[in-house]
Design a protein around this ligand. Structure first.
Ligand code: NAG
Ligand code: NAG
Ligand code: NAG
Ligand code: NAG
Ligand code: NAG
Ligand code: NAG
Ligand code: NAG
Ligand code: NAG
Ligand code: NAG
Ligand code: NAG
Ligand code: NAG
Ligand code: NAG
Length: 533
């Protein structure tokens, strides 16, 4: 749970960082004292705004503000080229850029909106407003010079108009249903419930033939269906994001034609079939997110040619065959390798020695990967690791790591999340000593092994940032004292231990108060407890 949640956040972060770097070059309103705006542009802008209302609730970005509040109709400031969010062409004076993202705009837009009279627009950004489930009017075709269109997180609904395909200059098209630009500011990952946009219907595959399209963002439109079409040779796509949408079908062989592709996000869709070996031709690919689909078959060995790959996230699919070690060990730029919860054949922990070559790894997910043997010694070479999961998932075959947790784990000082649940690890672990050495830990799940934890009270100098603690079946005889000072607990599992007697007062007062508001608390089932729940 911890891993997937964090991973979700992480994915947003990388995708939004990318958008910042690639999409939003320099789109700021600028003072242009020498160009006065055209009357018809000013009047179209004002009519557009008059058809809407200003409502604080329409934007979710905490830094949002009503840009149009400073727009002025009086003589002193009638030059619309100087208004917030507007950019005019320096020579012609026509409005060529309109950025009213996060501007508290609320109301419907229909085909007679004066927005479509701004025919010189090259950039239009209306993200993070609330357009009351309006259908995107087909009059969008009037804005034939558009190179960038961003309507993300702005509550449009209905079918995407076919006329969009006529905007042949489009380089950036962002119709994601949440505004991912917000993620940089918000520490809270979005829940699907937030994605209220209901764009639906089938995206015409011709969209991939827009000759200049570099960035296509369609994420979080769960009712928007589509397929990846045959890609043409001269395709310019650099980023394709259909995460959490209704896209399905196979990855076509012609994916090899996306020579510029650096970021491919297909997670949590309905894709299936084998990964074509031609994927290995995408030598610029840095992020490959395929997790949560119905892909099957073996991973093509050509994946070892993806020399630029930094994130490989293919967990929760149905890949089978052997983990292609000789290919994966080639991917030395990898910072995240997320391959758990597949159907790969069983492997011995010794055979994972290649993983020590991936020196940049910070995230390693080998959950439910049928690993047999001791804790893989090669892991101890991965000193950059912050998240490590060797746990199991109830629906799937467990890993079967055995032996004790080696003290060389203490080398992994950057670990923030460690999930080892559901193995056969044994021996005695001094949890206090462990936490003393692993000062960054926030998530520690050791549940359901054959471990016996020592929890004697010591000086309180261990990590105080524990967020998730899972110590089910750890042969505990008392409430672990290290919980005493934890202020950020979300989830505590102490079930199936040998703790008896009253719940200590410090636990009720210091621990319970933090946990109760968030996740359920799992306490040992023994007769002596009186829990005020
Ligand atoms: C639009 O303006 C906002 C600030 O209000 C800025 O954060 C955002 O990057 C701009 N969007 C584009 C596409 O330039
Ligand atoms: C469009 O919306 C305006 C109000 O903004 C309304 O006056 C007009 O009747 C609507 N036109 C159509 C065709 O729905
Ligand atoms: C914004 O939402 C809050 C809570 O739902 C509501 O109380 C408030 O009236 C809304 N504000 C406006 C301007 O609609
Ligand atoms: C929002 O849409 C509903 C249904 O189409 C309509 O009745 C309502 O007037 C609209 N509200 C605004 C503020 O445009
Ligand atoms: C679209 O542009 C044409 C001129 O090219 C104009 O006559 C028409 O009114 C525009 N449509 C809208 C809805 O603004
Ligand atoms: C998707 O469509 C279903 C059925 O039409 C609807 O109930 C659901 O609310 C839609 N989901 C979103 C996110 O719009
Ligand atoms: C891509 O190729 C097609 C035909 O193969 C051509 O019509 C189109 O103009 C080309 N686009 C670019 C951007 O070169
Ligand atoms: C992909 O790589 C294979 C083998 O290296 C090569 O034969 C093929 O021409 C490449 N495809 C493209 C489109 O470059
Ligand atoms: C490793 O990468 C190089 C180029 O980066 C490539 O030539 C080689 O075939 C790859 N090896 C494997 C096993 O994928
Ligand atoms: C996974 O793949 C296997 C074949 O390798 C197949 O038998 C099985 O039905 C697939 N499972 C799912 C859930 O697609
Ligand atoms: C892993 O670490 C061990 C001990 O520090 C070292 O001997 C070995 O060479 C390392 N392996 C790699 C591949 O770096
Ligand atoms: C559980 O801990 C007790 C000491 O408290 C020890 O005697 C016993 O062997 C442990 N059980 C297991 C399965 O490790």
């Amino acid at each position: 749970m911890g891993l997937s949640l964090r991973f979700f956040t992480f994915m947003h972060l990388v995708s939004s960082l990318l958008i910042f770097h690639l999409a939003i070059a320099h789109f700021t309103s600028s003072m242009q004292p020498h160009t006065l705006c055209h009357d018809q542009d000013r009047s179209a802008l004002l009519k557009f705004i008059e058809s809407l209302t200003i409502n604080r609730n329409a934007s979710r970005n905490p830094l949002s503000y009503p840009k149009v509040a400073s727009w002025n109709q009086d003589e002193q400031n009638s030059d619309c080229c100087s208004w917030d969010g507007i950019k005019c062409d320096e020579d012609t004076g026509h409005v060529i850029g309109l950025n009213l993202s996060s501007s508290w705009l609320y109301g419907s837009i229909n085909s007679s909106s004066s927005l479509f009279q701004l025919v010189h627009l090259e950039w239009l950004a209306l993200a993070d407003n609330h357009f009351n489930f309006s259908v995107i009017p087909s009059e969008i075709v009037n804005l034939s010079r558009l190179t960038r269109l961003s309507l993300s997180g702005s509550f449009f609904a209905g079918q995407i108009p076919a006329e969009l395909l006529e905007l042949s200059r489009l380089e950036v098209l962002d119709l994601s249903s949440n505004d991912h630009h917000l993620k940089l500011q918000s520490p809270v990952p979005p829940t699907l419930a937030n994605f209220k946009s209901s764009l639906h219907g089938e995206i015409p595959t011709e969209i991939f033939q827009l000759p200049n399209l570099r960035l296509l963002e369609l994420a979080y439109n769960s009712n928007l269906t589509g397929h990846l079409s045959e890609f043409q040779k001269n395709n310019s796509l650099e980023l394709l994001n259909v995460a959490y949408s209704g896209f399905s079908g196979k990855i076509p062989n012609s994916i090899e034609n996306l020579k510029s592709l650096s970021h491919l996000y297909l997670p949590r869709c309905y894709f299936s079939g084998k990964i074509p070996p031609s994927l290995g031709n995408l030598t610029k690919l840095a992020h490959l997110f395929l997790w949560g689909n119905g892909f099957s078959g073996e991973l093509p060995t050509s994946i070892g040619n993806l020399a630029s790959l930094e994130i490989l996230a293919i967990s929760s699919c149905n890949f089978s065959g052997a983990v292609p070690a000789s290919s994966l060990r080639n991917l030395t730029q990898l910072t995240a390798l997320i391959i758990g919860k597949n159907n790969f054949s069983s492997l011995s922990s010794r055979s994972l020695s290649w993983i020590a070559d991936l020196k940049k790894l910070t995230i390693l997910d080998l959950e439910s990967s049928k690993i047999v043997g001791e804790v893989p010694p090669a892991l101890m070479n991965l000193t950059q690791l912050t998240q490590l999961s060797l746990a199991f998932n109830h629906q799937l075959t467990a890993n079967q790591l055995e032996g004790s947790i080696p003290s060389s784990f203490f080398e992994l000082k950057n670990l923030v999340e460690l999930e080892l649940a559901g193995n056969k690890l044994s021996g005695t672990l001094d949890i206090n000593k462990f936490l003393l050495n692993m000062k960054s830990l926030e998530v520690l799940v050791l549940s359901s092994n054959k471990l016996s934890l020592l929890t004697e009270a010591t000086v309180n100098t261990y990590s105080k940032n524990i967020n998730v603690i899972g110590l089910r079946s750890c042969n505990l005889t008392e409430f672990p004292h290290f919980l005493y000072n934890q202020k950020f607990l979300d989830s505590v599992d102490l079930s199936s231990n040998r703790i008896a007697g009253q719940v200590p007062g410090w636990f009720l007062n210091n621990v319970l108060v933090h946990v109760m508001t968030t996740q359920p608390l799992k306490l040992p089932k023994t007769s002596g407890h009186s829990m005020p729940l």
